[in-house]
Design a protein around this ligand. Structure first.
Ligand SMILES: C[S@@+](CC[C@H](N)C(=O)[O-])C[C@H]1O[C@@H](n2cnc3c(N)ncnc32)[C@H](O)[C@@H]1O
Length: 246
C-alpha cells in the first residue's frame, strides 16, 4: 500500500533521500548542501551506466530499444542522442546508421564517450558538451533518442521547450524514444534530493509527463514499464515510450 504524508514538508527514505511535493522545499533543501544549480551527481560521472545500478531495468530498456527503436533505423539516417551520458546507447545505434550525434551536459562523460568510440573504431558517433535547455539543433534528424533527460529537468517550461525543439529537429515520420521515471501514486510532482550522493530528480505524474509530448505534437506509438519501485511510501515507475512525428 502506498502511504504519502507530506504534512511535514517531505518524507525521508532509508538512503538519505528526501522526497517532497513542494518545489520551494526542494530548493531550500538542495541549497543547504550545494550552490550549484546543475546536478552534482551527474557532473562527477565519467562512465555512468544504469546496468550496474538497476540491472533488471537496464535489461528491459535494452529489450525495448532493440525491439522497437533499432528496426526504425537504416544506413542513410542521422540520429541524435540527447543526454548521451557515457555514449553506450549511441554506440549501440552507430552500426545501423550513417551518423549519430550525442549531446550531454557532463563534460567528463562527453570526453569518456569520445575516447571510447575512438578505442572501438566507431567513426560515425561524435559526442558534444551541451545544455539541453540552451541547445539549438543545426540538423534535421531521422530518429531521435532522449532517454532519462526529463527526470533531470525541473522547470516545466524548460521541459516543454526541450520537447518542442526536439519535435522541430525530427523529420516528418521520424520517431523519438524516451524513458523516464514517474510518480504513479498521485497527481502531484515529486522532487527528490539525496544528500549523500547529491542526486536530484523530478518525478512527474504519468499524465503530466505524457502531456509534454502531446502538447508538442507527438503521437504515442507504444509504451512499456521497465521497472516499478516503492520508496519511502511512494511509488515510481520507469517507463519507455516511442513517440512519432506524423
Ligand atoms: C538518467 S541519465 C540517462 C543516460 C542515458 N541516456 C540512459 O538512458 O542510460 C540522464 C543524463 O542526462 C544528463 N543531463 C542532465 N541534465 C542535462 C542537461 N540540461 N543537458 C544535457 N544533458 C543533461 C545527465 O548528465 C545524464 O547523463
Amino acid at each position: 500500500m502506498v502511504f504519502r504524508d507530506f504534512r511535514a514538508g517531505g518524507v525521508i527514505g532509508k538512503e538519505c533521500d528526501i522526497y517532497t511535493d513542494q518545489l520551494d522545499e526542494f530548493k531550500r533543501i538542495k541549497k543547504k548542501y550545494t550552490d550549484l544549480t546543475y546536478n552534482e551527481y551527474w557532473s562527477n560521472q565519467q562512465n555512468w551506466s544504469l546496468s550496474s545500478l538497476y540491472p533488471e531495468r537496464y535489461k528491459n530498456q535494452q529489450e525495448f530499444f532493440e525491439q522497437y527503436f533499432i528496426p526504425l533505423l537504416d544506413q542513410t539516417q542521422y540520429v541524435c542522442d540527447l543526454a548521451s551520458a557515457n555514449g553506450e546507447w549511441s554506440m549501440k545505434v552507430a552500426p545501423y546508421v550513417n551518423a549519430i550525434d550525442g549531446f550531454e551536459y557532463a563534460s567528463g562523460m562527453v570526453e569518456f564517450a569520445n575516447k571510447e568510440a575512438e578505442k572501438k573504431g566507431i567513426l560515425n558517433a561524435r559526442f558534444y558538451q551541451a545544455d539541453a535547455c540552451a541547445l539549438q539543433f543545426d540538423k534535421l534528424y531521422d530518429n531521435f533518442m532522449m532517454m532519462g533527460l526529463l527526470t533531470c529537468i525541473f522547470d516545466d517550461s524548460d521541459a516543454l521547450n526541450i520537447v518542442r525543439k526536439v519535435y522541430q529537429a525530427i523529420r516528418k515520420g521520424g520517431h523519438l524514444i524516451v524513458k523516464d521515471s514517474m510518480n504513479v501514486a498521485g497527481e502531484d510532482v515529486i522532487y527528490l534530493y539525496n544528500f549523500l550522493s547529491r542526486y536530484d530528480a523530478i518525478y512527474r505524474s504519468k499524465e503530466q509527463y505524457y502531456k509534454l509530448f502531446e502538447q508538442a505534437g507527438f503521437v504515442m506509438e507504444r509504451d512499456t514499464v521497465f521497472h516499478e519501485v516503492d520508496k519511502a511510501g511512494l511509488a515510481f515507475e520507469s517507463v519507455g515510450v516511442i513517440w512519432k512525428k506524423e
